[in-house]
Structures are given as structure tokens and as C-alpha cells.
Design a binder for this molecule. Structure first.
Ligand code: UD1
Length: 432
């Protein structure tokens, strides 16, 4: 059990480099199962979700070499020979549902343990199932397993009832080698959907329209190995943008695609912060107490739900009353109970949070209930007067690469304590 101890009220100043996108990585790695040839994936984040996935692929019989120094994974799945991934470890992450699409695409058959992941409300997979069935697969769920089987996968038109990133990607994975053309209508447009399509095209697939709401996939007979570098993590970048504003800091976030961050930039500008965009960086300067703002989360290019929790922390000290409407997930306010313990005044009614801005948060012991809640609490700790102790840090480690080290390099005072070992006090003077 590890915890983070944050002594707040230090301005973040300097430059920070963003890692590869977690949500692209967790789809691109299973996609490599679609070929018997070797895939080399660069710019992978060094996070628990990536390590868990590489272990799953290994347990399935694939050769996987992860070079953390180079952030590179080399995958050869020639020898997996089996359509099953029925391990406890699969249950540990939500995104292991991509194994279903990838194995179905490769073998016409898949059996996986039912995926787990962040507790952020009901996470149905009916749209994935609908897509696979439209391609000709039969699915059954029971005894903790999902099974899919098709005599032959045949392209089809699939209209998604909800805009789902997971279903869009999973259908692409299953359809790349199907006979004929598959059309996904009302597809998700997130940057990582485009990234996965680009990776599959690099392997020889024929996918057009990724990034729009209609994606066309012409089935091909064979996919090949390739070398691919995944996109920067827009959510990590957004987290640093908000953290800079929250500490009245001045941080240049580098290695990003500013276009992917437009919704966050616009919101921070509305709150009175300064945002400068370069070709591959954004610089955010906190200019004092934020102005109130209303935030509605939406699929891309709307404001990302994964930054709702971090921005709600910033709004908790805004001048006036702000309203957040969470349109994507049902139960994504579990962090609010925690920041209330730090002095925030927030009322939650169903999907709406009404935030009365207070002058300042005060440090307190809090619990990270999920990945982005954890990041939000780190920002709360950075802003707060006094000491904040965050437990359940494993959630943060699933999706952020060295979050506290990066923050410390910007001037934060954060210590990671292992209750069984001595703590490491991470604090530096100046910036990297
Ligand atoms: C992905 C991201 C997650 C982000 C989310 C929304 C990954 C690994 N995770 O999750 O960080 O918060 O997109 O941007 O990429 N839904 C259904 N039926 C389905 C599938 C989804 O009703 O079959 C609903 C969900 O309950 C949710 C909404 O659709 O309300 C969006 O979910 P989806 O886009 O599928 O999220 P994930 O792909 O799981």
C-alpha cells in the first residue's frame, strides 16, 4: 500500500514532457495480435496498464519485449495459437475487452475473462456485442467469461446507439479482416480512435474516416508487422494544464498535439488563465483566482470526461458558482466526497455538480477512488494549505507515468510512502 504526501501551495513552474497516450496504448497492444509478424510500438507510457497488458500477451504465448528506457514494445504473436485469455489478470483492467475484438479478428473466435477497470458507474458492453453480432459472431456471457464465435466475419453497417470509444475500436479490430466492408455510424472521434486506425492501416488494413462519425473498414486478407509510434496523452497533458492553473504556476507542456487540447484550453481561457499554443506545446499560466465556469462533458471534440474530475477541483476555488454536467459516465463524482473533506462546497444532484467556490482548500487524508479521481486529488493537494495524504495510489499508477516525479520536477513537494518501506522524499529546487 503506497500513499502520496503532498505539501501544498507550491507554484508549478517549468517544462514537462507528456508520455504516450494510455488509451491508445491499451488498444494498439492487443491490435498487434492480429498479425503473426512482429510489431514495434514506440512512445508507450510506462504505466501499470501497459505492463499488465504485456503480461497478458505473454501468458497467451506471444513474445513480448518491453524496453522501458526507449518506451518501446516489440510484439510477436505468431505462437499464440489460442483464442482464449481467461486469466485473473485480464479481470484487472477494463481495456482488456480489446482482446475480444483482436482475437475475434484473428481466429474468428475469442474467450476472455470479463474485464474489470475503474469504478465509474455501470460500464455496459452492449454496443460492442451489437457490433460483433452484426459481423456474424454469436456471443455468450456467463461464469465470468465472454465468448464470441463466428463461422465467418462478414462486413456490415453498424449504427452505435451511444458514442462509444471502446465499441468503435473493438469493431474496427474485429472487422479489419472480415469479408467485405463494415461501416460504423455514430462512431467515436477521439484522437486514440484515429491512432488505432492509423496503426491498423500501417499493418495493411483499409480503414477510412476515423476521426469522423462514419468509419469504413474494407476487409483485407492479411495484416503485416509494422513499426508505429503512438500519440501523446491528451489527458495527461490536460492534467498538467489544470495543475499549472491551479497552482498559479507557469508550465510549458511539451510533446503534445495542441488541437487535441482545444476544449481544455478554451475552458481555462474562459476561467481567466493564460494559454499559449505552439506547434507541439501548450503553456498555461495561472493568473490568480479562477473565474467560475460551467463544464459539460461530451465525446470528443467536447470537454473530455476524463478531465472532469481535475477541473472540478480547480473550480472548487473559483470566484462564484460553477456547474458541471457529466454527460458520459453515471457515477463520476466519487472524488467530490474527498475534496469536500478538504473544504470544497459542492452539491451533487444526479449528473450535475454545483460548486460554490471557496477561498482555499485545506490538506486532509483522502482516498483515490479511481484513476482520474486520483489525479484530481493530487491537484487538490497541490493547491491546498497544509498536508494532503492520498491513499490507493495504485489507481494513479495505472494511467500516469511517474506523475509525482514530473510534478516534483516542476517544483511540487510530494513524497511517496510505502507503508512497508521507508518513504522517498521527492523535492527539488528549480525545474528540469
Ligand atoms: C474510454 C476511455 C475512458 C473514457 C471513455 C469516455 C479507454 C481505455 N478508456 O472508455 O478513459 O472515460 O472512453 O471518453 O479508452 N456505453 C454503453 N454501451 C457500450 C459501451 C459504452 O452504453 O457498449 C456507454 C458507457 O456506459 C458510457 C459511454 O457509453 O456512458 C461512453 O463509454 P465508452 O466511450 O465506451 O468508454 P470506454 O471505451 O470504456
Amino acid at each position: 500500500m503506497e500513499k502520496l504526501i503532498i505539501r501544498g501551495r507550491k507554484k508549478l513552474v517549468g517544462r514537462v514532457h507528456v508520455s504516450g497516450a494510455k488509451n491508445a496504448a491499451v488498444a494498439v497492444i492487443p491490435a498487434a495480435l492480429l498479425t503473426e509478424e512482429t510489431c514495434v510500438i514506440d512512445n508507450l507510457p510506462y504505466i501499470d496498464d501497459v505492463l499488465v497488458l504485456s503480461e497478458i500477451l505473454r501468458q497467451m504465448g506471444a513474445q513480448v519485449v518491453f524496453e522501458p528506457g526507449k518506451r518501446r514494445m516489440i510484439i510477436n504473436a505468431a505462437n499464440i495459437g489460442d483464442y482464449r485469455a481467461e486469466f485473473d489478470i485480464v479481470r484487472r483492467m477494463r481495456a482488456s475487452y480489446y482482446l475480444l475484438g483482436a482475437l475475434l479478428g484473428r481466429f474468428g473466435r475469442a474467450e476472455i475473462s470479463f474485464p474489470g477497470g475503474c469504478e465509474i458507474g455501470a460500464r455496459p458492453i452492449d454496443q460492442h456485442v451489437k457490433g460483433f453480432e452484426a459481423l456474424g459472431a454469436r456471443l455468450s456471457i456467463g461464469h465470468g467469461l465472454i465468448k464470441a464465435k463466428a463461422d465467418k466475419l462478414i462486413g456490415s453497417e453498424i449504427y452505435l446507439d451511444v458514442v462509444s470509444v471502446g465499441a468503435t475500436i473493438n469493431i474496427m479490430l474485429a472487422a479489419v479482416k472480415a469479408e467485405g466492408t463494415t461501416t460504423i455510424v455514430n462512431a467515436a472521434k477521439e484522437p486514440h480512435v484515429v491512432d488505432v486506425a492509423n496503426f491498423l492501416n500501417c499493418m495493411g488494413a483499409n480503414i477510412k474516416g476515423a476521426g469522423t462519425d462514419t468509419i469504413k473498414i474494407k476487409g483485407v486478407d492479411k495484416l503485416y508487422g509494422c513499426e508505429y509510434s503512438i500519440i501523446p496523452d491528451q489527458i495527461e497533458a490536460g492534467t498538467f494544464m489544470i495543475a499549472s492553473a491551479a497552482t498559479q504556476g507557469d508550465v510549458r507542456i511539451e510533446g503534445v498535439i495542441p488541437k487535441h487540447l482545444e476544449a481544455v484550453s478554451a475552458k481555462l481561457l474562459e476561467m481567466g488563465m493564460e494559454v499559449e499554443e505552439g506547434d507541439d506545446y501548450v503553456r498555461v499560466r495561472g493568473t490568480g483566482r479562477p473565474r467560475k465556469a460551467n463544464v459539460k462533458t461530451l465525446p470528443y471534440p467536447g470537454f473530455p470526461t476524463d478531465l472532469q474530475q481535475p477541473i472540478s477541483v480547480l473550480l472548487s476555488v473559483a470566484e462564484g458558482t460553477s456547474i458541471i454536467t457529466e454527460n458520459v459516465w453515471e457515477a463520476r463524482y466519487r472524488h467530490i466526497e474527498e475534496i469536500r473533506r478538504m473544504g470544497a462546497i459542492i452539491k451533487v444532484e444526479d449528473r450535475v455538480a454545483i460548486i460554490e467556490g471557496v477561498d482555499c482548500l485545506t490538506g486532509a487524508p483522502v482516498v483515490a477512488t479511481d484513476l482520474r479521481a486520483g489525479a484530481a486529488l493530487v491537484i487538490a493537494g497541490l493547491m491546498a494549505d497544509g498536508v494532503t495524504e492520498i491513499t490507493n495510489v495504485k489507481h494513479i499508477d495505472r494511467g500516469y507515468e511517474r506523475l509525482e516525479q514530473k510534478l516534483v520536477s516542476l517544483g511540487a513537494d510530494i513524497e511517496r510512502m510505502d507503508t512497508e518501506q521507508r518513504g522517498t522524499h521527492l523535492s527539488v529546487v528549480g525545474n528540469q
